[in-house]
Write a protein that binds this ligand. Sequence first.
Ligand SMILES: C[S@@+](CC[C@H](N)C(=O)[O-])C[C@H]1O[C@@H](n2cnc3c(N)ncnc32)[C@H](O)[C@@H]1O
Length: 202
Amino acid sequence: MIYVVGIGPGDACYLTRRAEEVIQKAEILIGAERNIESIQGFKGEKIELRELSMLVKYLESNGHKNIAVLASGDPLIYGIGKYLASHIAHDKLEVVPGISAIQYLFSRIPLDMNDLYMTSSHGKFPDFDRVLSYPKVAMVTDQRIGPYEIATEIMKRNLSKIMIIGENLTYPDEKIAPYYPKAIKAEMQFKRNVVVILDEKQ
Ligand SMILES: C[S@@+](CC[C@H](N)C(=O)[O-])C[C@H]1O[C@@H](n2cnc3c(N)ncnc32)[C@H](O)[C@@H]1O
């Protein structure tokens, strides 16, 4: 059986019991280096994930084993779950949900996630006209499009928004802070982050 296991935003205390169970009974763990390193005490084989098409081939020829593919946060929120669910037969695949970095950030603010629009800047330039038309947005970001670029798009449209930036969530150097877009300068450095964009009056 192939398990795609959400391991939460980082700190192992956010791993669910189901995720722990599946990881402990797995013969093979596959994932990004950071995700594999976060699992303590695993005795089986560990494989660092490099290329998605190779992964599918590997899973197809090893489907008789118990394999846990680790995903940060929740596998189906901008994670590897979407790709595997469209490439692996569903009777051979179990997705184990995890706590998303987005969900964690909302819990810390704290703010309900009702009517939240979730999006990502990974591998694409977001349609900011659409994204910024929503009153409550959460965006997972990458190196190209992050807080500064989002702030610039808000200011171009002269919108009254507040941004809440959650960096390195659940890690010892976690930082969560609100910003007006105009306060975000090009030279500011942000660690791995989720950006929540809210209409100012919320
Ligand atoms: C490919 S997405 C995966 C999202 C993940 N599936 C989830 O549900 O949290 C990776 C992005 O998620 C966000 N992210 C994941 N873990 C994070 C953390 N601990 N702190 C801040 N952002 C995080 C960052 O925007 C990062 O670039």
